[in-house]
Design a protein around this ligand. Structure first.
Ligand SMILES: Cc1cc2nc3c(=O)[nH]c(=O)nc-3n(C[C@H](O)[C@H](O)[C@H](O)COP(=O)(O)OP(=O)(O)OC[C@H]3O[C@@H](n4cnc5c(N)ncnc54)[C@H](O)[C@@H]3O)c2cc1C
Length: 408
């Protein structure tokens, strides 16, 4: 297999690199308006919704071209697009499963960040066991009436719309009675409460629904088929953007390498410490392993195949590696790793990949825990890999074992 870029891809990479050199914001984006402005610049350059059909504002771009843009943005620590969930999850869902009216109504506004989207899936008792969700959508005339609660809604505070999973048939087996809706976050009866996090920011919210009226035309796909729709969108969340994550890790690793050349340990540059050298070498090898496994996923996408359960391997490996990378970074930096303000310029470089108040090594350290939970926790990824990639027997849940034992 030839892992070198084609001349076309290399030329494209250079053009993206040049565009970023000319357009990268000179200061941290503070307000939602500044972030929307940056989002629109990315769209105008053709770097958002790249894989979407041209008729809906996309570029019909190949997965490799999308990955190149993601990688180049990560390389220079460019701010992410503000409508990340709209672009990453909702847009593809509407394109695959929506009606023509829904495509015309929503897609362009997602691309232009005219409407910001969030994902209303998890509930207090339905995270890993998402199919156990209890929020209800009951048909009344030509509307659905939604009641219930969601939690961990990223960006809920700034969102105009949410993609909602709700139970439409309480009597059906739990995976079969769920439907998917587009819900207006400004509708009467929607209450958004921010959750304060360890990092100090409030990227997450709780969302409460009390008799929220959702027009029947906001159903996505077929009634009671929401579970299947959620599966396709989650596999995009798990697999599609791993290459940009590898690039971000490599960029952070290189910055750490630079810092280690000047930061003193026992009176000598940290890079001369044999243990730190070994740790850096090991880490570089691990990041390269992820890069190659991501290229394998990418070649699957290039052939027109969907991410599939193998995306769980990338997600699992990436997030565990990120924790190790951040821990090693803290070990190398020592007390400097905790600085959040007044950093010397060469220590203040890392932006982390989390939204909110990134920009410090310590934020990246705290944020690295999140990667093992979102888009399905790592234990769940291991179950998927075991059952659907390796073909092992299905997991036997501990509570069922306890029940059986009790019955004996
Ligand atoms: C940064 C971040 C952003 C998020 N954004 C969103 C969002 O925008 N919208 C949204 O809907 N949700 C979002 N989530 C929620 C996320 O999807 C859930 O947190 C996740 O699915 C886990 O569910 P839970 O928190 O209820 O944990 P639980 O399901 O209660 O799990 C608790 C622990 O038990 C383990 N566990 C559970 N079941 C099993 C099993 N069968 N086998 C082995 N171990 C098991 C889990 O791995 C975990 O360690 C986000 C989460 C994070 C961290």
């Amino acid at each position: 297999m030839d892992l070198n870029s084609t001349p076309h891809d290399e030329a494209f990479r250079q053009s993206v690199r040049q565009w970023l050199a000319d357009n990268l914001p000179k200061k941290k984006l503070e307000t939602i308006e500044e972030r929307k402005e940056w989002h629109r610049k990315l769209f105008d350059a053709g770097y958002l919704g790249m894989g979407w059909p041209k008729e809906y504002g996309g570029q019909d771009a190949r997965p490799m071209e999308q990955a190149i843009v993601g990688a180049e943005m990560a390389r220079v620590n460019a701010p992410a697009a503000v409508n990340g969930l709209g672009i990453g999850i909702v847009g593809p869902t509407i394109i695959h499963h929506g009606t023509e009216e829904q495509k015309q109504r929503y897609i362009r506004n997602i691309l232009m960040a005219e409407e910001i989207w969030c994902q209303l899936y998890s509930e207090p008792n339905a995270g890993s066991d998402l199919a156990g969700l209890r929020t209800r959508a009951d048909r009344v005339g030509d509307e659905y009436i939604v009641n219930g609660q969601k939690i961990w809604t990223s960006g809920g505070l700034h969102s105009d719309w949410g993609i909602l999973l709700a139970r439409t048939d309480p009597d059906a087996p739990k995976h079969q009675g769920i439907s998917c809706f587009l819900l207006n976050m400004h509708a009467p009866g929607v209450e958004v409460r921010p959750i304060k996090q360890i990092s100090g920011s409030s990227e997450f919210c709780e969302v409460f629904f009390t008799d929220v009226h959702v027009p029947a035309e906001n159903l996505i796909g077929e009634l009671h088929r929401g579970w299947q729709i959620a599966q396709t969108t989650l596999s995009y969340e798990r697999g599609g953007n791993t290459l940009s994550r590898v690039s971000r890790q490599l960029a952070q690793f290189e910055r750490l390498l630079e810092v280690a050349k000047t930061l003193k340990r026992n009176g000598r540059p940290a890079i001369e410490d044999p243990i730190i050298r070994q740790q850096l070498g090991q880490m570089y090898g691990e990041i390269e392993v992820l890069r190659y496994s991501t290229l394998r996923l990418l070649s699957r996408l290039e052939k027109g195949l969907r991410p599939g359960p193998e995306a769980s391997i990338s997600k699992l490996y990436y997030s565990e590696l990120d924790k190790r990378l951040q821990e090693m970074t803290q070990t190398v930096l020592g007390p400097y790793g905790q600085l959040t303000v007044g950093l010397s310029p060469d220590l203040a470089l890392d932006g982390g990949e989390g939204e909110g108040d990134g920009g410090t090594w310590s934020h990246s350290f705290v944020w690295s825990r999140a990667g093992t939970i979102y888009a399905g926790s790592n234990e769940i990824q291991k179950n998927i890999i075991g059952e659907r990639v390796l073909g092992l027997p299905k997991e036997v849940r501990a509570d069922r074992i306890a029940l059986k034992a009790g019955a004996r």
